[in-house]
Design a protein around this ligand. Sequence first.
Ligand code: HEC
Length: 107
Amino acid sequence: MKKLFAFALIAMFVYACGGGGSQVTAGQLEAGKKTFDKLCVACHGPTGDMNLNGAKKFSESTLGIEERIAVITNGRNMMTPYKGILNEQEIKDVAAYTIELTEAGKK
Ligand code: HEC
């Protein structure tokens, strides 16, 4: 419920701002969650805080959306690159979802 509310807030924010290239929609977060649950939970865990093999806890992440997209696309240390596995849009969606997890983890 809390999450739904957050989605609604973001959707409203996006609607209010209009235009621009980096807005996040509820549909994007939903798609991002699907990808995350399929490909990322193994190391990051369902809330992004499992910390397996040094998979950085999202609740402690300070990276912005662009930096997350870069890590997901190109990988970093133990993290596998997803270039060629996910398309650009899918990477954007899942990056936006990890931002959600960071926000949720701080509460
Ligand atoms: C094989 C285990 C593994 C999988 C699967 C994995 N990650 Fe990671 N991830 C890591 C590790 C380990 C790090 C820390 C890398 C480092 O120390 O430089 C990391 C770091 C990150 C970061 C950077 C966080 C920060 O603040 O530095 C993001 C964002 C991220 N992963 C997202 C994802 C997403 C999205 C997926 C699924 C598409 C995913 N990861 C799948 C292991 C994994």
